[in-house]
Ligand binder design. Structure first.
Ligand SMILES: Cc1cc2nc3c(=O)[nH]c(=O)nc-3n(C[C@H](O)[C@H](O)[C@H](O)COP(=O)(O)O)c2cc1C
Length: 169
C-alpha cells in the first residue's frame, strides 16, 4: 500500500471478526514497529505479544476502554525500558514512534487496530506490569488491540490550516 494512503486511511478499528492472525504477519508488524526512529537510535522498546484471551479479559478489567479486545486476535503491549537509553529523556517519543509504525503496518496489511493508552495513568500501568510480569523498570505505554476488521471507516481529513505556522507563530 502507498504510504500516504496508509497514513490517511488508518483509523481506530474496534470491531473484529475474531479470526486469528498468522505469527508470520505478527512478526512483520513488529519489524515495522522496530523500524521506527529513536533518539540516538537507542531503541528502548520491548513488545509483549499476548494471544491468550484470559490476558485480554484481565486487561479489559484493568482499563475499561479496551473492550474491543473481546474479539481481537492479539494484544501487543508496547513497553519502554528506560535503562536502554543512551540519550536519556526521549523514551516516550521513541515508543510513540514505534507504536504509530505498528498501527500503519496493521492497516497496510489489511488488519485493524486500536491504540489503548496505559501510561501515564499509574493504576493501569502497575496492574499491567504485574499481569505481564514485567521487570521493575519496564513501563507499558499502551496496548494495541489487533484483529481482522469487522467494520470499515472512511479516511480521516484533519488537516487544519489554523495549526500551521510558517517561519514564526
Ligand atoms: C495515547 C492514545 C490513547 C488512546 N487510548 C484509547 C483507548 O483507551 N481506547 C480506545 O478505544 N481508543 C483509544 N485511542 C484511540 C483514539 O480514540 C483515536 O485515535 C482517536 O479518536 C482518533 O480516531 P482514529 O484513530 O480513528 O483516527 C487512543 C489514542 C491515543 C493516541
Amino acid at each position: 500500500m502507498d504510504a500516504m494512503k496508509a497514513i490517511l486511511g488508518r483509523r481506530s478499528i474496534r470491531k473484529f471478526t475474531g479470526e486469528t492472525i498468522p505469527d508470520t504477519d505478527i512478526k512483520k508488524l513488529l519489524e515495522a514497529a522496530m523500524a521506527a526512529p529513536s533518539a540516538c537510535n537507542q531503541q528502548p522498546w520491548h513488545f509483549v505479544v499476548a494471544k491468550d484471551k484470559k490476558t485480554h479479559e484481565k486487561v479489559m478489567e484493568i482499563q475499561p476502554y479496551t473492550k474491543m479486545l473481546e474479539k481481537a486476535s492479539v494484544a501487543v503491549f508496547v513497553c519502554a525500558d528506560p535503562e536502554l537509553q543512551t540519550c536519556p529523556g526521549f523514551w516516550v517519543q521513541d515508543i510513540t514512534a514505534a507504536t504509530e509504525n505498528l498501527l500503519l503496518a496493521v492497516h497496510a496489511m489489511g488488519y485493524g487496530a486500536t491504540w489503548c493508552g496505559l501510561y501515564p495513568n499509574d493504576d493501569p500501568v502497575w496492574k499491567v506490569k504485574e499481569l505481564l510480569g514485567l521487570p521493575k523498570q519496564v513501563m507499558p505505554l499502551n496496548v494495541i488491540a489487533i484483529g481482522v476488521p469487522d467494520e470499515e471507516k472512511p479516511p480521516s481529513n484533519r488537516y487544519n490550516e489554523d495549526r500551521v505556522h510558517y517561519e514564526k507563530w
